[in-house]
Design a protein around this ligand. Sequence first.
Ligand SMILES: NC(=O)C1=CN([C@@H]2O[C@H](COP(=O)(O)OP(=O)(O)OC[C@H]3O[C@@H](n4cnc5c(N)ncnc54)[C@H](OP(=O)(O)O)[C@@H]3O)[C@@H](O)[C@H]2O)C=CC1
Ligand SMILES: O=C(O)CCCC(=O)O
Length: 509
Amino acid sequence: MMQFKTFLSKSPSMQTIRLIQTGIKSAPGQYEKAYINGQWSSAISGETFDVFNPANGQVVGKVPDMNTDDTLVAINSAFKAFQSWKNTTAKERSQILRRWYNLLVENQNKIAEIMTAESGKPLIESNGEVTYGNSFVEWFSELARQIRGDIIPSSFPSKKILVHHQPIGVVGLITPWNFPHAMIARKAAAALSVGCTVVIKPAEDTPLTGIELVKYAEEAGFPPGVVNIVTSSRENAPDVGRLLCENHLVAGISFTGSTTVGRILYKQCAYGIKRLGLELGGNAPFIVFKSAKLDTAVSSALVSKFRNCGQTCVAANRFLIQEDVFDDFVEKLVERVKLLKMGNGSDTGVQLGPLINQPQLDKVTNFVNDAVSKGAKIITGGRPATHLGNLFYEPTILTGITPDMIVYNEEIFGPVICLTKFKTEEEALQISNCCDVGLAGYFFSEDISQIFRVSKNMEVGMVGVNEGLISCSEAPFGGVKQSGLGREGSHLGVEDYTYVKYTCIGNLS
Ligand SMILES: NC(=O)C1=CN([C@@H]2O[C@H](COP(=O)(O)OP(=O)(O)OC[C@H]3O[C@@H](n4cnc5c(N)ncnc54)[C@H](OP(=O)(O)O)[C@@H]3O)[C@@H](O)[C@H]2O)C=CC1
Ligand SMILES: O=C(O)CCCC(=O)O
């Protein structure tokens, strides 16, 4: 967890300096191939698409633009590979995952630099994400050998009740651009650990990190067809997604991304009654009660809001501050926000990068303009930082938020803090819970009864109490309501990838 916190320090850590001094750079515009059935492959159509650095618009890579033809080959290969991968021992799978983890650790700097080049994340954050993503590979390499069935006492002396957990088969993993390593690792390591095979479809904006991960998976020794990655442009994504959902050889889908696309996949999986894991959007409340330690609340607000420039599904979205401490909190917050350094993520000391692409910039700009047109007051920021590049948006604080504003109702996915004053705990909870999504929620209080009461009553899948950064491989990640289905990470993270098989052995004498 600490790796993300370091981005708030006023000067770059020694680790950042060391990373920058390594001077490792991915070759600009280098052509990468996707990986299907143990072969590094171009698209059957021969098409490619460019990958851009959002900080400056430079082309940093070129990858195959694959469509359903390539995806079908990947599915067939994964299905064939499943027939033997499912019969490997837990120890064998654990050892290959561990080798993958070791290679990812050895190549941490290189992966982080690729990530910064294609996602715009400050290098120190990319480095933090690699540590975080790797931790899932390590976790599931350890968990692989701990998955046990049951023998349940039967009421009939002649019968034995056995319960096994078996891999479901081929799974399609559709992942977003905001965590190009961790979202692949969290899904793939869990699936592979129990004996499933995978077809990964990374986001158009960030395929290079995914390809890099798969290079180390190959080196670690996963047999051909067990791990496949299909890169596709935004234009081909809906068809590729549909094929993964509808092909009868695919047993399940795990998706992280927008609620809109999650709904499409849910529908497409319905006919085949596919296993489906969905990690969708949130609208996280961040409540500061009057008993809170304000400095802790302010530091946590910065971590929760500005990690990946606000482009995080667990980012604090609605800041609710009890009226008694509102002015003090705002004063401390503004002071810290004004110190944040925005720029090209590979430059020393940068804490905030650009937004990922033009639609994201337009979205954030429209949300803020909408709020201001309805009476919100800009305390700081409030516009694109055009002097830095085309996709930068100033860290922004708004007050005077009202329920008719888009920022109040929707996930902002940008560096914008919206502050609302409340009087009572009931009012704060009512505001927190009055939405259709429920991923993460945060609150700050030193009142122990309030801590238990509010964490029980917040309608979310994950609660941070006096803490703004809650994600880690050991804890179950997921939401309630329209924020999704299932849990990733933790001991529960394998459930999406296993069937429960009950065997009754009868007529025993
Ligand atoms: N919950 C979360 O963590 C995330 C939430 N979001 C939210 O979504 C908004 C839009 O971001 P966006 O990138 O468009 O998110 P999407 O949900 O569109 O993208 C996530 C992944 O789904 C793929 N995809 C897109 N359309 C389909 C489809 N019809 N069938 C199958 N796969 C599909 C994308 O491919 P491709 O990139 O090629 O389009 C990408 O790999 C953001 O502003 C944010 O609010 C976005 C990312 C992550
Ligand atoms: O924003 C997301 O898509 C995933 C959340 C990152 C995390 O695991 O904290």
